[in-house]
Design a protein around this ligand. Structure first.
Ligand code: NDP
Ligand code: GDR
Length: 330
């Protein structure tokens, strides 16, 4: 029997890699997309064959996390075996400007979809995209037992969703797993996030654009991994015998400044000539240091990171250079 998966947030960085992975594994994949005035399915462009085939293996459905009745209808219609709940307002800085909206989408969105599953008595496994932002100010290294101390409306909303997910597991005996993922990046990362913002700027400067790169806090420490490998961990969590919560991280620590230096260095550029400070990129409260201990995932799921930060920087700069140069030659 072909397994069916439903991915919320399929148009995002992780959703697109997860769709690739599940299609490779033979799943029938359903994704929830939002109506937008211009196309928002660019990250799925390479999957057009699966989408447009006579018997499509990828199906896209309009829906929104704020629209509970639509979620019920979709779950009832699709009857997925596995639900990967990735959709969220995922921008930490923006969550300070739109805390209520972030709470509604990123927090309550999880309750809406879990409650929809419960109400229609759907027998499925559920993945919740939890985040290292929930650890906030808790000192590193952070693991599953580390107390949560979120530092933004986004982190607080994810913390609420994490506990709701755990409660549905305990109260209703549902198969619910929280993946507590540390920052993971790729050439498909949105350009508002710091890594892609840097690699895109490096590529433009290398290609001859006359521009500067305006940045906020260069001192924060992050544990950056490769998104393509992190979606494998999501799948592994839903194949386990018992549902549980897992930290997914590389265990390595770099500052934002390290990332800047390596990215400019990879292109043979001196970062100090191009990088400038702008306080609009600062947050009212910052998360200073996130370094994950993913030993539980290694032991129980057999998951280990392969691509570490220096290689990740290189592959992201190379991908952006290729795109920028192709655009220039059009
Ligand atoms: P992205 O921001 O790239 O993607 C977010 C997705 O959610 C997009 O598909 C977006 O749709 C969708 N979405 C946003 N709001 C709604 C809504 N109201 N209704 C339906 N869909 C909506 O995030 P990532 O792929 O990077 O992350 C995936 C998940 O993992 C998110 O929940 C994020 O918070 C979490 N996470 C991410 C980490 C990371 O380092 N990347 C680390 C830890 C957790 P659209 O394309 O239309 O905007
Ligand atoms: P983060 O990622 O907040 O960790 O959340 P982001 O890349 O936005 O910031 C990382 C660090 O870089 C600092 N920073 C800047 N950040 C941005 N975006 N732009 C800048 O110009 C800039 N200058 C410095 C930030 O202050 C921060 O310390 C990401 C998201 O994907 C969340 O959804 C996810 O849950 C967490 O990672 C884990």
């Amino acid at each position: 029997m072909t397994k069916k998966a439903l991915i919320t947030g399929v148009t995002g960085q992780d959703g697109s890699y997860l769709a690739d992975l599940l299609l490779d594994k033979g799943y029938e994949v359903h994704g929830v997309i939002r109506r937008a005035s211009i196309s928002n399915i660019g990250r799925l462009a390479h999957l057009s064959a699966a989408l447009d085939a006579e018997e499509p293996r990828l199906h896209l459905h309009y829906g929104d996390l704020t629209d509970g009745s639509r979620l019920i209808a979709l779950l009832q219609q699709i009857q997925p075996d596995e639900v990967y709940h990735l959709a969220a307002q995922s921008d930490v800085r923006l969550s300070f400007d739109q805390p209520e909206f972030t709470g509604d989408v990123t927090g309550m969105g999880t309750t809406r979809i879990l409650e929809a599953i419960r109400l229609i008595k759907l027998d499925c496994r559920f993945y919740q995209a939890s985040s290292s932002e929930m650890f906030g100010s808790a000192p590193p290294p952070q693991k599953e037992s580390t107390p949560l101390w979120p530092r933004s409306p986004y982190g607080a909303a994810k913390t609420y969703a994490y506990w709701v997910a755990r409660n549905y597991r305990e109260a209703h005996s549902m198969f619910v797993a929280n993946g507590i993922l540390f920052n993971h990046e790729s050439p498909r990362r949105g350009k508002a996030f710091v890594t892609r913002k840097i690699t895109h700027a490096v590529a433009q400067i290398k290609a001859g654009y006359d521009r500067k790169l305006y940045m906020g806090n260069l001192d924060s420490v992050r544990d950056w991994g490769y998104a393509k490998e992190y979606v494998e961990a999501m799948w592994l969590m839903l194949q386990a015998d018992e549902p549980s919560d897992y930290v997914i991280a590389t265990g390595t620590a770099y500052t934002v400044k390290d990332f800047v230096e390596q990215a400019f260095g990879h292109a043979g550029l001196d970062w100090q000539k191009y990088v400038r400070f702008n306080d609009r990129y600062l947050r009212p409260t910052e998360v200073d240091s996130l370094i994950g201990d993913a030993s539980k995932a290694a032991v129980e799921l057999g998951w280990k990171p392969k691509t570490l930060m220096p290689e990740l920087v290189s592959l992201m700069v190379e991908a952006d250079l290729k795109t920028v140069l192709a655009q220039l030659s059009e």
